[in-house]
Design a protein around this ligand. Structure first.
Ligand code: PMP
Length: 424
């Protein structure tokens, strides 16, 4: 079989005409398929409803002498801090168990840098002329939006198979205006890449010119294997401390994709000195997060072992969806030599690189046929992919038969866009 580059003009024209006919038929089906966001599917949410079946008496809400039903303890109840420490491999005293969203905690940490300054800030960032921030690309659109919303200058650094291009990162941090960096170190959004040990050590050892540099370590997918056993991962807090950088790192995690997105529990994990610093500010901001939800979660998830057992049940639902996407891509796209894609072992996304200059057009065609994907460019700062190539696929929400239908349509649209680009 010929790739599109090998085809003659006449062959490409015939191929395009056939695809256009199929596209018209697909449009007529009036489909409404959505693979835009990494939301757990209905089956996963139904499964974790068992959390609400655990009977809790009044006494159950009192742990370590603390009543979860009352105000206070802004760093969370100790059993919730212990659970997150267990999952992340850090110390309970380094954990702030917060509300229902880790993204909110990330936004809040950056916001505090602007309004109050951080532990080692010379002044609040709001008083600085310029703030720059490192964004590994492709990356998580909501991360980029957070830093963009504060008016920062976002600096793209390419992701490699082992994590961000560290030579580039080490060069950029010599600039004192570069004050932070986003990271999703395990099963990265969207590439699925897990940082290598060498990358992690180089990041932990960095000596940025900015005294209050924020190494944002969003461990959103810390226990989210799609197949096989849990893959252990280094504790970034102790590594940074070993390199004399204990206060540089801000780790985050949540149970959004363990229990309920938007109704789970989230945490930040930082050095003990930073816990004190942030607790002082948080105590002004809020009297207590929802500790009853924290308690309910710990009663259900118990410890790392029990949580990992639940994650294997999630994987049993998600695994077939990811395999369906890969099978469809192999079948409908591989022969034409116009795209490559990731084969994630965990997380929530497949990252596809289309022929440069065709992603936007392909997704426009998809929309016409009733398939919504994450907008082209979303995985880059300011929503602009300079190559117009990367497409994020989120297989978790639709049932398998819908996924197969949606990916088949996506493949056809990528083929049409590629043929248009090559000339027809
Ligand atoms: N970080 C990453 C990398 C994510 O992919 C997501 C969800 N898509 C979040 C954070 C959001 O987490 P939360 O629900 O805890 O705010």
């Amino acid at each position: 079989m010929k790739t599109y580059q090998e085809m003659t003009l006449a062959e490409r024209q015939a191929e395009y005409a056939a695809l256009c006919r199929t596209h018209q038929e697909q449009k007529a089906l009036g489909l409404d398929l959505n693979m835009a966001r990494g939301k757990p599917g209905r089956e996963q949410l139904d499964m974790v409803m068992e959390m609400y079946n655990i009977p809790l008496t009044a006494d159950d809400f009192i742990t370590d002498g603390i009543d979860a039903r009352n105000y206070g303890y802004v760093a969370g109840i100790p059993i919730a801090r212990r659970l997150f420490a267990d999952l992340l491999g850090c110390k309970p005293g380094q954990v702030i168990a917060g509300g229902n969203s880790s993204l909110e905690m990330m936004f809040d940490a950056v916001s505090k840098a602007y309004t109050h300054g951080l532990l080692h800030s010379e002044k609040p960032w709001g008083k600085l002329d310029r703030v720059k921030w490192i964004c590994p690309v492709p990356g998580y659109d909501r991360h980029f939006k957070v830093t963009e919303s504060f008016g920062m200058e976002l600096l793209s650094v390419p992701m490699t198979e082992t994590g961000p291009d560290m030579d580039r990162v080490e060069q950029l941090i010599r600039d004192p205006e570069v004050r932070g960096m986003w990271n999703v170190p395990k099963y990265s959004n969207p590439t699925g890449i897990t940082y290598s040990l060498e990358t992690i050590h180089r990041l932990a050892a960095m000596k940025p010119a900015a005294p209050d540099f924020m190494l944002m370590w969003d461990n959103a997918y810390c226990v989210h294997e799609l197949e096989g056993d849990f893959v252990p991962f280094p504790d970034i807090l102790s590594l940074c401390a070993e390199y004399g950088n204990g206060d540089m790192v801000y780790e985050f995690a949540s149970t959004s994709k363990i229990t309920f997105p938007g109704a789970g529990i989230a945490c930040g994990a930082v050095s003990e000195a930073n816990v004190e610093y942030f607790k002082n500010l948080l105590n002004i901001q809020i009297i207590s997060y929802d500790k009853m939800n924290q308690l309910r979660h710990v009663r259900y998830l118990k410890d790392k072992e029990t949580t990992l057992a639940l994650m294997r049940r999630h994987a049993a639902i998600l695994g077939p969806k990811f395999r369906a996407v890969e099978d469809e891509l192999d079948r409908h796209l591989a022969p034409w030599g116009i795209a490559s894609w990731s084969h994630p072992k965990g997380g929530y996304f497949v990252s596809l690189d289309a022929m440069p200059g065709t992603a936007r057009r392909a997704l426009e065609l998809c929309r016409d046929a009733g398939v919504t994907m994450t907008a082209a460019g979303a995985t880059f700062p300011y929503g602009v992919d300079p190559q117009d190539s990367n497409i994020r696929i989120a297989p978790s929400l639709p049932p398998v038969h819908e996924l197969e239908q949606a990916i088949a349509i996506l493949c056809d649209c990528l083929r049409m866009a590629a043929l248009e680009k090559l000339g027809i």
